[in-house]
Write a new protein. Structure first.
Ligand SMILES: *[C@@H]1O[C@H](CO)[C@@H](O)[C@H](O)[C@H]1NC(C)=O
Ligand SMILES: *[C@@H]1O[C@H](CO)[C@@H](O)[C@H](O)[C@H]1NC(C)=O
Length: 383
């Protein structure tokens, strides 16, 4: 019972507070001009969490954020995430907005992603995709009510109210980056076969979430597939067994599951195009972009892709943000040059890697159909 109340309270905080933190996602001249998306709503895990889990369950500690923000900024990285580059976000204070909630700025959307989230429970976080979708639905209902009340009240000009216009929910871009934790949690608790067998249901739940957003008026969907799970240094260190690494040193079985997930996701999106005729879907092959970076890290000016910057899994396990002195050796100090590392903390990517991947995926070279994010509203249906 107590757990339940805790969750209800957290949800209250989430819906009232941090969901609106998505500030300053500029859709200005260089941003989403082509489609002119007035807002973006994001659903996902730590790959795109800009403050959710830090504001609720696990505070993200220094040196996270050191490269770009100069302090922890709710992201598990030294700087910005792919989602920040989507929004052309140059600067925003996520947790700060939770506190100074009078200055909330909803016009540019909201980010419901939280670290550890999976499409389905159980996972590493209670905020699975179903919960994120219901947070969005509440967000939409509450802001719509507020907008309508303010429209009747002439003393508060709507132009300064920062409430999204109800009509903008169907002009917004809905972005997804989720699924990695369904597989990651699966590999920790099930056999490889069971993980593979679970994929259709995970994809089915993801499709259900998209259906719900469509019912709420959502039309434009930009969906990242899942990255090469078996290339995360954490998984290589703890998951390697004789003969199970590929030629680049990644755990084969985990990458095969990720690729199978992606095949089924792509098929499901083709099916969704037939089911939801007014929607536009862009499937984005983040897997291939990340794998290209990892397999070619040294030629691209990075150190070995499995050499991560913050925390330690060798000799003594310590997560990024913590420090320990064992037998006279200090563990947990970050590296000197995070921008030379693909992996920031063994699980999450560095800002430099996120920027490299963003440069390649946002212009459409990894998209199906091959449209850039600015054009994701008028992509052609490919049969
Ligand atoms: C520290 O020293 C002890 C005793 O020699 C040894 O058992 C332990 O493995 C060492 N720990 C690390 C992390 O080096
Ligand atoms: C996208 O940008 C990358 C990196 O700058 C470039 O190599 C690629 O050719 C571009 N693709 C398109 C379709 O513009």
């Amino acid at each position: 019972m107590e757990e339940q109340w805790k969750l209800v309270c957290l949800l209250g905080i989430l819906v009232l507070g941090f969901a609106q933190q998505w500030k300053e996602v500029e859709s200005n001249a260089q941003g989403s001009v082509s489609c002119g998306f007035p807002a973006m709503y994001n659903f996902g895990d730590s790959n795109s969490d800009t403050g959710g889990i830090s504001a609720t369950l696990n505070e993200i500690l220094p040196p996270n954020g050191e490269t770009f923000f100069g302090h922890p900024a709710g992201r598990a990285s030294d700087g910005r995430l792919i989602v920040d580059f989507i929004g052309k976000c140059t600067f925003y204070l996520s947790l700060f907005c939770l506190i100074c909630s009078f200055d909330l700025h909803y016009l540019h959307g909201a980010n419901f992603a939280t670290g550890g989230s999976s499409v389905r429970p159980p996972g590493f976080s209670p905020f699975n995709l179903g919960i994120q979708i219901s947070q969005f639905i509440q967000f939409k209902a509450r802001t719509t009510t507020l907008y309508n009340q303010l429209s009747l009240n002439r003393r508060i000009p709507l132009s300064i109210s920062n409430i999204p216009k109800p009509a903008e929910f169907s002009q917004a871009l809905y972005t997804f980056d989720i699924g990695q934790n369904d597989l990651g949690h699966g590999f920790q608790s099930m056999s490889e076969k069971q993980v593979l067998d679970s994929i259709p249901h995970i994809i089915g739940e993801l499709a259900k979430a998209i259906h719900q957003l469509y019912k709420e008026g959502g039309r434009f969907f930009w969906i990242h597939n899942t990255g090469p799970l078996g290339c995360l240094p954490y998984n290589v260190i703890y998951g390697k067994k004789a003969g199970n690494l590929d030629k680049n040193g990644c755990v084969k079985s985990q990458n095969e599951a990720a690729m199978e997930f992606n095949r089924q996701l792509k098929d499901k999106i083709s099916w969704l195009r037939t089911q939801l005729p007014f929607a536009k879907f862009t499937y984005v092959d983040v897997y291939s972009a990340k794998y290209a970076l990892i397999s070619n890290a040294k030629n691209l000016g990075f150190v070995d892709a499995f050499n991560f910057c913050c925390g330690s899994f060798y000799g003594y396990h310590i997560n990024c943000g913590k420090r320990a002195i064992v037998n006279g050796t200090v563990y947990g100090n970050p590296c000197e040059h995070p921008s030379k590392h693909v992996s920031w903390d063994g699980i999450h990517y560095s800002q430099a890697a996120n920027m490299w991947v963003s440069d390649r995926i946002l212009n459409g070279s990894f998209s199906d159909p091959p449209v850039s994010i600015q054009d994701a509203c008028h992509n052609l249906i490919r049969m």
